[in-house]
Every structure is written in C-alpha cells, then in structure tokens.
Design a protein around this ligand. Structure first.
Ligand code: FE2
Length: 365
C-alpha cells in the first residue's frame, strides 16, 4: 500500500492573503493561469494579484485557458510566458485552469520539447515548475491531485497526461464559490461524487483510499441539501469545497474508473459539462458492480436502491440525449481505454459496459 499527499492545503476565509509568506517562498516571478472571466468576477484573481504586489512579486496573467483545455492551449500559454521566465505557476479557477497550470509548468521547465513531452515520461526532461492552486469550484479536486486532463483534438477525446504533478500549495476559500452559477455548483459537486464512487469501487482501492471515500460518500446527503438550498452560507460553500478536496485525495490514490472513461465522449462531442457527463453513468456503475461494493456504497450514500439514487441524481443533472450512431462509436472508444477498464474491480467486458450504458441517464434519440 502507498499513501502520498504532498500538497500543503489550506481551506479557510482569506486563505490567499493569510498565506502570503508561503507564496513568497516560491520566488519573485509568477505566471498566473486563469479561465477567460470567472476569476476576475469572483475576486480570486484580485486577491492573488494584491497578495503578489504586497510581497513584491512580479507576475503576468494568462487568461485564455479554455474549458477542457487542449494540448494547443498549453503550448499557447508557454509561448506567452516563456520570455517572462517565471519561477512558478499559480492556477486559479475550476478544473480547467488548475489542470492546465500543471501541464504549463511542465512545458515551461522544458522549453526545448514540443507537445510530445506531455504524453511521454521516457524522455530526459526536467521536473515541472512548482504549482500553486486556488480552486473556485467544488468538484475537480485538482488542487490536491497530481492529474492534468487535456483535450486531444486528434483523438477527439480527453486524457490524463502520464506526468504526475502535485501542486505544492493550494489555497481554498469558500467565498469564491458564492459567485458560481447554480448549475456549475451542481455539476462540479456531482463530479466530486463521481470521484468518491469510482475511487471506492476501484481495483486500486486501499484502506487509505477508503478513509476518504467512506467519509465523502457519507456526506452526500448534506451536500445534496446544500445544493438544493436557495440561500447558501459561507459554511455551506466551505463544506462543498472541503468535500471536493477530500474526493481529490481519494482519486489521487486510485484514479477514476468507467464513468469518467465513458464521460469523455459526451463532453468532447456534445459539450456536456464534465460533472454532468460523469453523473450520467454513476447509478448504473454502482448497479453493475459486485454485491459487496454495491451495498456498501448505497448504504454510505443513504439510499435503499440504485433506482432511488438514480432518480435523485436525475433531478439534479437531468438526462442526456445522444444519437444511436454515436452510441456505437462511444462503446468502441470505451472498450479501447485500457487504463479505465483495468481500474474497474469487476469484469468490465462488452456486456457489462453495454449494460452500464443501457442503465444510465442517457436517452438514445
Ligand atoms: Fe472528474
């Protein structure tokens, strides 16, 4: 068994300004990586800028990270920052900018390599620049995971890069979540739910990973109540953020499994948000797993049956409609994703995967 959690994580009000001393230790030149707008709106970018100014750190801002960032997006960010020569990278936002910041940090440390480095760990390369993460949504867990998931346009899907880059420092503050639209809070919280379920029902499950999944799954009813509340408090947002980080710690040890593997085609081809796409397959994944895992997970989630869970989840994320011709190619893509198939602790043959599709919150047009 192995346990590793190298990120120093603070979740508290004003976390960024409270920990300026920690930030100062990373050097005098920072590249900030954000999405297009939200970090400006929710105050996270100005908190980071004010803190960097107060400690005399120079910085530049790359604010063109797309949702589900592509390999091209990473190379564009490196091109933008290379002459500035930053000592470290600060990712601010949801999963997209945080994942991108890790890949950008790797490419900046290795300016002589092209995109081939992103998916090849056998080359003679330098380790990534240090990364600091400031999460502003509540699902990805990227602030505590070593993962960076990128869109591959040539393969028409998404994939995790094989380099494992843990952020060295993550600073979470519930106040940023209060600016996120309802649907983003729901979708990202369902992503975190997926991380718990897929980490628990996983071939790499250990006693350590179960510490996180058992705690997290048992908090689902609290999370659901918060998601359905019209007026949320600061403590509610902090709970959502904390749960998402616990889920990140779980998948740092196991990775994800079939629902994530199946979700990538929906996101790439139909633009379905990541959390919703993952949630589409969660009840069916539990239903098709072995009896022990199925009853454990349902009990922790406080449901009597997969049908009850499915109907609750449908109320939050709805159903997704796809064309029948797409279904066949998505099946094929899933059956060729060896990494995700291997992570499944029960037999994941064509029949089982097909049963998960049929039981899912997908409607075939
Ligand atoms: Fe995810």
């Amino acid at each position: 068994m192995f346990f590793n959690m190298t990120t120093k994580l603070y979740i508290e009000k004003d976390a960024v300004s409270n920990h300026k001393k920690d930030i100062e230790g990373f050097g005098k030149k920072a590249l900030i990586v954000t999405g297009h707008n939200s970090s400006r709106i929710n105050g996270s970018l100005s908190d980071v800028e004010n803190t960097l100014q107060s400690i005399g750190t120079e910085y530049i801002v790359y604010n063109k990270t797309d949702e589900n960032p592509s390999v091209e997006n990473i190379l564009d960010a490196r091109e933008f920052a290379l002459s500035f020569d930053p000592e470290y990278v600060i990712g601010i936002g949801g999963g997209s900018p945080l994942d991108a910041s890790k890949a950008i940090a790797l490419m900046l440390a290795n300016p002589s390599f092209g995109k081939e480095l992103l998916f090849d760990t056998s080359l003679n390369y330098k380790k990534a620049l240090p990364v600091i993460c400031v999460p502003t949504t509540c699902g990805t867990g990227s602030e505590v995971t070593p993962y960076s998931i990128l869109t591959l346009h040539d393969k028409q899907t998404k994939s995790s890069i094989p380099h494992h880059i843990f952020p060295e420092l993550s600073l979470g503050d519930g106040k940023y979540l209060s600016y996120a639209p309802e649907n983003i809070l729901i979708n990202t919280a369902v992503d975190a739910l997926g991380h718990f379920i897929e980490s628990h029902i996983n071939a790499k499950q250990t006693s350590f990973s179960c510490l996180f999944t058992e705690k997290g799954l048992s908090m689902w009813q609290t999370v659901k109540t918060i998601l359905l509340k019209k007026e949320k408090t600061y403590d509610d947002y902090e709970t959502l953020l904390t749960v998402s980080s616990i889920a990140g710690m779980a998948i740092s040890h196991t990775g994800t499994s079939l629902p994530h593997g199946m979700s990538y085609s929906l996101t790439y081809n139909y633009g379905i948000p990541h959390g919703k796409a993952v949630g589409t397959f969660l009840p069916a994944y539990i239903n098709n797993s072995d009896a022990k895992n199925k009853s454990q997970v349902l009990k922790l989630l406080a449901y009597n049956s997969c049908e009850e869970f499915s109907s609750d989840l449908e109320k939050l994320i709805g159903r997704t409609v796809i064309k029948e011709c797409d279904y066949n190619s998505y099946m094929e893509a899933m059956m060729s994703n060896e990494r995700k198939l291997k992570s499944c602790p029960f037999t994941a043959d064509k029949n089982t995967v097909s049963a998960i599709y049929k039981d899912s919150l997908l409607s075939i047009d």
